[in-house]
Design a protein around this ligand. Sequence first.
Ligand code: PLP
Length: 417
Amino acid sequence: MNKREFIKRIALVGLSTPVFTRLDGLLAAAEGRSSLELATDEDFWAKVRASYKLKPDYINLESGFYCIQPEDTLENFIRHVREVNYHGSYYMRNLRLENKQRVTAKLAEMAGCSADELVITRNATESLDTIIGGVHWNSGDEAVLANQDYGAMRSMFELVEQRYGVARKIIDVPMHPQSDQEIVDTYAAAITPKTRLLMVCHIINITGHILPIRKICDMAHSKGVDVLVDGAHAFGHFEFSINDLNCDYYGTSLHKWLSAPLGAGFLYVNKSNLHKVWPVFASPKEPDDITRLNHTGTHPAHTDLAIANAIEFHNRIGGARKEARLRYLQNYWTDQAREMDHLNLFTPKDRHRSCGIANVGVDGMESSDMAKKLMDEHGIFAVSINTSGVNGCRISPNVFTSIEELDALMAALKSMG
Ligand SMILES: Cc1ncc(COP(=O)(O)O)c(C=O)c1O
C-alpha cells in the first residue's frame, strides 16, 4: 500500500467507526424476546431513553417535525464535522465520494432497493419536488393528489399547473376507511386517460394514517399511471421495503423518524423511470445515473457520514422493535381517548392503519387553543392542526417517550372535557 492509499484508508476508518456503544449491553439482554413483548417493557425503554438528552422544561410529543438525535449520533455528527474540517479540501477531493457511496449503499439496504436507484438529498421536499417538477409534462396532462398531502407538495403541483397546464385532480382520503379497497377506489376514481402521475402519502402527516401503498401502486400501474410516494414520515418509523411497494418514486426525510441530523433525505427512482425525469439542476451525468437528479453543488458532507451512525443506532434498537413500541405507545393513549365522549380521534382505529402518530381534538375547541392549553397548563408540547377535516393536536411520541408522559397527556385531555 502506498502512502496516499494508507492515509486514505486511515481517514475512511476514522470517519466510519462509531465512538459510542451505550446500547450494546441492553440489547444483548433483550436477545430472543419478541418485539411485541419488548414493546411493553418499560425498563428496557427507560434505558433507550437514557441515550437521549431531553429538555426537562416540557414533555416533547412533537417528534414529527424533527426527531432529535440520540447522543451517540449527535457526538458522531460533531466528530464528523471536525474531521471533515480537519481534512478540508483533501476530504472533499479524495474521500467524500467514496464515503457517500458507502452511506448510500447502507441506506439502500435499509430501504430495500438497489444503491443505484437511491440518492441522498437534503429532505423530502427536495426529493418529491424533483419528481413533481421534473416529469416531462405536456399541457392537458393530469396529476392525482390528496387534500391530506403536505402543503409544499400541493404548492409544487400548483406551480406545475401554472407552468405547463397540468390539471390537478384532488381527492379526499377517507379518514376511517372500512377497507383498503375503499381507499384504492377513491384514488382510482380520479384517474383518467390523461393522468400521468399519482402522488400518495405513505403515512399522512396530520393524522398518522398509513395508506395501502402496494395496492394503490398496482391499481395505478394497471391504468398506466406512475406513482410518487411521499414517505416523509414512514422511513425509520415502521418497517417496509421499497421493492415490495412497487412504486416508481419515493421521497423521504431522514431527520424525522431515522433521527439523522437536520437536512438529510433520500430520493428513490425505479431504474426504468430514470429517463422520465428532468433534473432541476443540470449535471454532466448520463440519464441512467440517478446522481444526475441531485447535482446541488457543494453541501455539508459531514451530514452524509452521520446518516450511517443514525442507521446504526436504528439497527441496534431494531426496526421491528421500534415499530412495535411506537404503535404500543399510540394505542396506549388512543384506546383511552376513544372512550371519552368529548374527544375526537382523527386517526383510524384499525391497528395496522397507523403507528406512532395520532391526532386528537376536543369538542368545541380550536386546535390552536388546545395546543396552547397543553403547553401552558400541562407542560406538553404538541402541534395544532386545523385543515382538511382535522381540528386537533398531532401527538408524535418517540422511542424516548415514557408511559408517565402519556399518562400526563391523558390527564390533560380528560381535564378539557
Ligand atoms: C407528509 C410530508 N411530506 C413532506 C414533508 C417535508 O419534509 P421536509 O421539510 O423534511 O422536506 C413533510 C414535513 O413534515 C411531511 O409531513
